[in-house]
Ligand binder design. Structure first.
Ligand SMILES: *Cc1c(COP(=O)(O)O)cnc(C)c1O
Length: 366
């Protein structure tokens, strides 16, 4: 363990984790022997795609493995700013940026709001890498009020997804301000937080005051982001348990990442571990063409292969929807392996989970 000298009470303290984030090459070299791609990567991404890693998340890295899946998600490599990689993808392919800063209204009933650019850890595959360069800035009260007014004026919105950056990095007071504002709007039914803190700094959820606030503004759902079975730890399980005990369901969104989790066995183990801690795998996202992160993309066939592998090996509860985001902000599309091999009228030929072809005639309903 890289941090075995840190006393338990500090290790379990979210503010200590944030205050002691590793943000420079010198600091990181104290803990890990870096490879040249990383040393150059940290230097060249400075100010463009900065680095920050909580001691907790860093401690999950196996120092002996240069291709450790957590290492690949947390430590910059030169490839991010490599000419070839930079020439591909776009800063905002999903067209999230619109007329109200931080607010994306794509589906009629749902709205996405980004309340801060701060994150506990800057994931190298982040779909909002474009905001890294803005520095660590929470939205001002005026900006939040503008978002709230927009939501108030649009009665078709029922569901608000609060994201960032890391929305739960805001102070309890700010979080409560946003929640109180949303709950004063009659047409808002559910509120969701898109937070990776259960993975990056689970200590945040050991704060009973935060849990009280989340409890008070129910119904609240949490969408989190586990990508690898090794991220499912005792502390992350404890964080999830704290949420579940307050009646907050925790769903997971994994991103399919080359070198990190693009392998059927790894994915199966991840989803099994998530079910064990009562987290529902909701989405498996195909990696978007994000400028500076396209080296994490796999083929679509890889995702389909993984989905096919899961069926029959894990409960349907553990199988997420594989989805991609259409370019230009046209929304998400689910992708499934094809289980209908052939069809003649009402006579179907299906493929079973074992790969067997099964004929099934489905009559006209009476
Ligand atoms: C993904 C997304 C949502 C939420 O979609 P769900 O399928 O309900 O999780 C909402 N708004 C935007 C802009 C999104 O990209």
């Amino acid at each position: 363990m890289l941090f075995s000298h840190v006393p338990e009470n500090l290790w379990r303290d979210y503010n200590w984790q944030i205050k002691n984030r590793i943000k420079t090459l010198d600091e990181l070299q104290r803990y890990l022997k870096l490879i040249p791609e990383e040393v150059e990567g940290i230097k060249k991404t400075e100010g463009v795609y900065p680095m920050a890693i909580t001691p907790y998340y860093l401690s999950l890295i196996d120092p002996e493995d240069i291709n450790d899946p957590i290492r690949l998600q947390a430590i910059p490599r030169i490839s991010e700013v490599d000419e070839e990689i930079q020439s591909r993808g776009e800063p905002d392919p999903l067209k999230e940026d619109g007329s109200i800063p931080g607010l994306t209204h794509r589906y009629p009933d749902r709205v996405l709001v980004s309340v801060t650019s701060f994150c506990a850890v800057y994931c190298r595959h982040c779909m909002r890498k474009r905001i890294f360069a803005q520095g660590e800035r929470a939205r001002t009260k005026d900006e939040i009020d503008r978002m709230l007014s927009y939501i108030r004026e649009h009665e078709e919105i029922r569901d608000v997804l609060i994201s960032g950056g890391e929305p739960l990095s805001l102070s309890n007071e700010k979080i409560e301000y946003i929640l109180r504002g949303l709950r004063s709007i009659d047409h808002i039914e559910i509120i969701r937080f898109g937070t990776r803190l259960p993975v990056l700094a689970p200590q945040r959820f050991f704060d009973e005051e935060l849990l009280d606030i989340l409890d008070r503004y129910s119904p609240i759902w949490v969408n989190t982001h586990f990508n690898h079975p090794r991220e499912v730890t005792e502390l992350s399980e404890e964080a999830v348990d704290k949420l579940l005990r307050r009646g907050i369901p925790v769903n997971n969104q994994t991103v399919l990442l080359k070198g990190v989790n693009d392998d059927p066995e790894t994915m199966l183990e991840l989803f099994r571990k998530l079910l064990k801690i009562k987290v529902k795998p909701q989405y498996l996202f195909h990696c978007d063409p994000i400028k500076g992160a396209v080296h994490f993309r796999t083929t679509l066939d890889k995702g389909i292969e993984i989905m096919r592998y899961l069926r029959g090996r894990i409960s349907g509860m553990g199988i997420p929807t594989y989805a991609l985001d259409l370019p230009g902000g046209k929304g998400k599309v689910p992708i499934l392996p094809n289980y209908i091999i052939d069809r003649k009228g009402d006579k179907f030929l299906f493929e079973s989970f074992t790969g067997e072809s099964v004929e099934y005639t489905i009559d006209e309903p009476i």
